[in-house]
Design a protein around this ligand. Sequence first.
Ligand code: URA
Length: 433
Amino acid sequence: MRMYDLIYAKKTGAALSPEQIAFWVEGAARGSVPDEQSAALLMAICWRGMTVPETLALTLAMRDSGERVDLSAIPGLKVDKHSTGGVGDKTTLILGPIVAACGVPCAMFSGRGLGHTGGTVDKYAAIPGLRVELSQDEFRQSLRATGFANSAQTGDITPADRKLYALRDITATVESIPLITASIMSKKLAGGADALVLDVKCGAGAFMKTRDDARTLARSMVAVGQAHGMRIKALITRMEEPLGWAIGNALEVRESVQILKGGHAGSDLARMSFRLAAEMLLLGGAAPALAEAEAQVADCVASGRAMATFRAWVAANGGDPAALDDFTRLPGSAHRLEVRADRAGTLQAMDSRALGILAMEMGGGRAAKDDVLDLGVGIEVHRNVGDAVEKGEPILTLHHNGRTGNPLPAGWVDIEDRPCPKAPWLLETIEPG
Ligand code: URA
C-alpha cells in the first residue's frame, strides 16, 4: 500500500477502505508515514469529508493505536461524559460525585486546558494534594472505593490521536467533523466506559458556531458510539456566555462546591449539570425515565450525599477535603479589579471567548502546552445576558496576582435599551437512530 494512493483517492473524492485507514493511522503513530503525507491526507479529508463507515474505521484504528482501559472487573455499567468545551464549563466536577452517589460507577478521563477554554484536570489541580494522573490500577481503585474516577489520560492511550491532533493544530485541519468525531470517540472507546453522554456546545464561544454544525457533529459521534455498542446520547447546549459565575481554576472549584451544597440551584450551570447527571443515570440503568433520574439527582444533592462523595473522592486521591469547606485553603489571588458597565440598559451578549482569553493572559490558562498555571487567578462574572445593569455597576471582578492581561476588546459586552429574553440552555437532544 502507498500513502500516495490514499492521498490521491481522497483528493478526488473516493472513500478509503478500513485497511487503508488502518495502514495510515498505524504508520502515523509509529513514524513510518511522513508528517507531510499525513498532513496532505488530513487536508483532503477536511475538503472531501468521510462516509460513516470511514469515520468508524478511523475511530477504531485510532482506538487500537495504544492501550485500552479495562473496567470489566468493576460491576455495573460504567458511564462517562464528554463536553466539546466552553468557558467556565465545570459540569464534570459537579456531575461526577452526583452520579457516583446515585450508585452508577462514573469513569471519566479529562484533559488540560489550552487557549481560551479551561480543562477539568487544571481545575482539580487547584485542590491541594489531589492526584489527577492515575495509573490504570489507581483509576480502577478510585472507581471501586468511591464509585468515581476522573484522571488525566493514563498510560499510552490513542497515541495516533496525539500525533494527528498535533499535525491538525499546525495545518488548520482541526475543524472537520469526521476528524473531530474520531479523535473524541477513539479516546472515549479506549477509556473503557459502557455509556456516554455528550454535551455538544453550540454558539459564538464554542467550537461549533452553528446549530447545523453542532447537530452534524452530535449525530456523527452518536452513530460511532452506537456502532461500537455504547449506550450514548447527545445534548446540544448553548455557549453564548460563560457558564456560571466563575472562570479560573480555584474559583471554578468554589462554584462547583457551592452547587453540590445546593447553592445557585436555578442557574444554567446547575440545571445543565443536573440534567447531564440524570442522563448518565438513565444510560447507566439507575432510573426508568428522565423524571425519576432527575428526582434522584435532586435528592442526592439535597441530602448531602453528593458532597460527601466528592469529599471522599478527594481524600481517596490524596487531596485535602477540608479545602472544599474552607475556601481559604484553595489557591487565591492578591488583587481585585472591577470591570464596570459603561452605560445602563439590558445585557444583550457577552463574548465568552474574550473572557477565556483574558483569564488565560492573567495566568489562569495556557497559551502554550508547557505553560505553568496560576491556579488562584480568574474572573467573577456578576451579570448574565438578559439582566438589567446600571451605569458603573461591576460586571466582572478580576482576581489577579499582578497580571491583568490585555484590555478586553471593544464590544466584548453589548448593553442596549431594549429587553433581551433569556435563551434556553438546552437546544436539542440527539439519540441513536
Ligand atoms: N477535542 C478532541 O479531543 N479532538 C478534537 O479533534 C477536537 C476536540
